[in-house]
Write a protein that binds this ligand. Structure first.
Ligand code: AGP
Length: 606
């Protein structure tokens, strides 16, 4: 997703801007650019591809100036070209960067072109530069220009604008897309998230929707959309030791796969009370009042929600519905049977999930944000936060955040079940004891890299693959298919094992890879039969299972085992080989493992 950074009042600011852009690389992008205010007007450099290309340009012709803005672009409107890269400049007097989508850009562009404005890109964002140019040319002050432009645009945006007549001033504004202002000693900063700023300052102002601010070296004045000054709290963010590094691994994703024992342990600690028993941020009496839960999420987080439904309904006997956030957002849901909505989001910034959570809140549901990024928009807007403690997840493909989400959700389900009287404290503590074994068991499962490497090698030539799972393992099959797709670009589909015979089995042909998830438990026999049906038609069965269940599928072509585990927790442990298989397949194929094509780590457009 696009990243925005800016500096006001810092000598030779371009290197600082470039460094902050590097801290936003994890969000995913396909071009970048920087503009600074020099004594001769704007200095502009833009480049397609990685930030290194921009850095090379700046080394050839450095950008002077003590104020500037930078941007990493994830293309929405207009191809990946230098002309479409931000910053956009209008009339050599206004420069802007933008994250989001200006939904009425076509009409605005037509009006501006009719008034004589000449556009140079295919983007929606460029209309912002011309709107500000028009406002300033009409003699408006920065505050008036900001209020005027914001009154004319529709859609999600985080933006920054500069005008050559105001060398030490920047206008910033947001609606739905995140933006933070950092307050330094004699300079001010802006960034799409605190990670871009935390090495520069820890004093941060988070704008609210439709706020705008005039940022100067001595600080920021914040206004609401009507131009009325408002007071926004200055929060202290955690210090950052610098850009998160790979720690000796080949990729962030490989590192984060290996960080899962810690991610699970730290998350479990956040779900354990002072008395050592499972607890949640909701007091026990509030848990007991929960009558129904709506789960809202996207992508991998949605699959975590799907696993949680099995857990919560089986343990707590509370009905759960799992909603794809982008669908729920525009539905007219009937919410009477539910009392709360849990928005699950690693980044806490997925706009689909944020807007779905707002929609649920407007429908009267209590909102809980299960997020991995403290201070994220979902965390700040939810009625209550239930944190995962996986640490920064840089790889675009989610790994440790997913198993951390599962850890938080099984803990929540168990605490909810006890609060509802569906299980007694002995059973609660028994499950808690099992969860506490997860870090060491995941650690043992991580040893399967070498066992999986040859399987990944074979998978690199596949045109397609199926993932099958039953019961709590069905969502893990969906997650496995997503991992393979998003990392190695091989088409893959996940199915509930029992669903194959209702049509998808027609896909089975000689040698088709079928990655099958199986665990001991009530449905193991049925799941094994479903695999037999696929094997009998020529599928190449790659079985991922517990040690004790391996013999159940003696017709598998490849077998990867993990330690035996309580059936309730099998989804957490079986995910590990699924992640490793996707990682090694992508690594063999030579794709961009940490930033796969077309993807962004945090999707802040609808
Ligand atoms: C996960 O591997 C994907 N990169 C993607 O599906 C992701 O889970 C989804 O975009 C939701 O992100 P969030 O958890 O930050 O809201």
């Amino acid at each position: 997703m696009c990243g925005i950074v800016g500096v006001v009042g810092l000598a030779d600011c371009s290197e600082t801007i470039l460094d902050s852009l590097k801290r936003l690389e994890y969000r995913g992008y396909d071009s970048s650019g920087i503009v600074t205010q020099t004594k001769d007007g704007f200095g502009l450099q833009r480049a397609v591809g990685k930030l290194k290309n921009l850095s090379d340009l700046m080394r050839e012709s450095p950008l002077a100036g003590q104020s500037g803005i930078g941007h990493t672009r994830w293309a929405t409107h207009g191809g990946v070209t230098e002309q479409n890269a931000h910053p956009h400049v209008a009339g050599d007097k206004v420069a802007i960067v933008h994250n989001g989508i200006i939904e009425n850009h076509v009409a605005l562009r037509a009006t501006l072109e009719a008034a004589g404005h000449l556009f140079s890109s295919e983007t929606d964002s460029e209309v912002l530069a011309h709107l500000f140019l028009q406002a300033f040319d009409e003699g408006m002050t920065p505050e008036q220009a900001a209020a005027s432009v914001l009154s004319r645009i529709e859609g999600a945006f985080a933006l920054a604008a500069m005008h050559v007549d105001y060398p030490d001033m920047m206008i910033v504004a947001r609606n739905a897309s995140p933006l933070a202002i950092g307050l330094g000693e004699n300079a001010s900063f802006i960034g799409s998230d605190a990670m871009a700023l935390s090495h520069l300052t820890r004093d941060v102002i988070y704008l609210k929707d439709n706020d705008f601010a005039i940022v100067r070296p001595e600080g920021a004045e914040v206004f609401d959309s009507a131009g009325t000054p408002v007071n926004r709290e200055v929060v202290i963010v955690a210090a950052s030791q610098g850009v998160v590094d790979k720690g000796g691994y080949r990729h962030f994703m490989e590192k984060e796969i290996h960080e899962q024992p810690d991610a699970i342990a730290h998350t479990l600690a956040a779900m354990t009370g002072a008395d050592g028993t499972l607890s949640t941020p909701l007091p026990r009496e509030e848990l007991a009042q929960i009558d129904g839960i709506v789960m809202l999420a996207a992508g991998t987080s949605h699959y975590a929600a799907m696993v949680a439904r099995y857990w919560i309904e089986a343990l707590a006997r509370v009905p759960v519905t799992c909603e794809i956030a982008s669908e729920y957002r525009y539905r007219k849901p009937v919410t009477g049977a539910f009392s709360c909505a849990i928005a699950i989001s690693q980044s806490g910034e997925s706009l689909d999930t944020l807007m779905a959570m707002r929609h649920a809140g407007e429908a009267g549901l209590k909102t809980i944000g299960l997020v991995n990024v403290p201070g994220s928009t979902i965390a700040r807007e939810a009625d209550l936060v239930m944190p995962t403690r996986a640490g920064p997840e840089i790889g675009v493909a989610s790994t440790k955040a997913f198993t951390a989400q599962l850890t938080a959700l099984i803990s929540f389900a168990t605490a909810l079940a006890e609060a509802k009287g569906a299980i007694d404290t002995a059973r609660r503590d028994e499950i808690h004891a099992q969860i506490q074994k997860l870090p060491s068991m995941v650690g043992r499962a991580l040893a399967s890299f070498d066992e999986i490497r040859p399987i990944a090698h074979e998978l690199t030539t596949a045109r397609s693959a199926l993932y099958l799972g039953r019961d709590v393992l069905f969502p893990v099959a969906m997650e496995g298919a997503l991992k393979l797709k998003e990392l190695s670009y091989i088409h893959a589909e996940g199915f509930a094992s029992g669903e194959m015979k209702h049509g998808p089995i027609a896909l089975i042909e000689e040698g088709l890879p079928v990655i099958a998830l199986l665990a001991a438990g009530e449905v193991m026999g049925k799941a094994a039969s479903n695999l037999q049906e696929a094997s009998a038609r020529g599928a190449s069965i790659i079985l991922i299972t517990e040690e004790r269940a391996a013999a159940t599928v003696d017709f598998a072509d490849r077998v990867v085992t993990v330690p035996n585990i309580d059936p309730l927790l099998a989804p957490v442990l079986l995910t590990i080989p699924v992640q490793i298989l996707a990682y090694l397949t992508a690594f063999e194929k030579g794709t961009d493992v940490d930033q796969p094509r077309n993807l962004a780590k945090s999707v802040t457009v609808e």
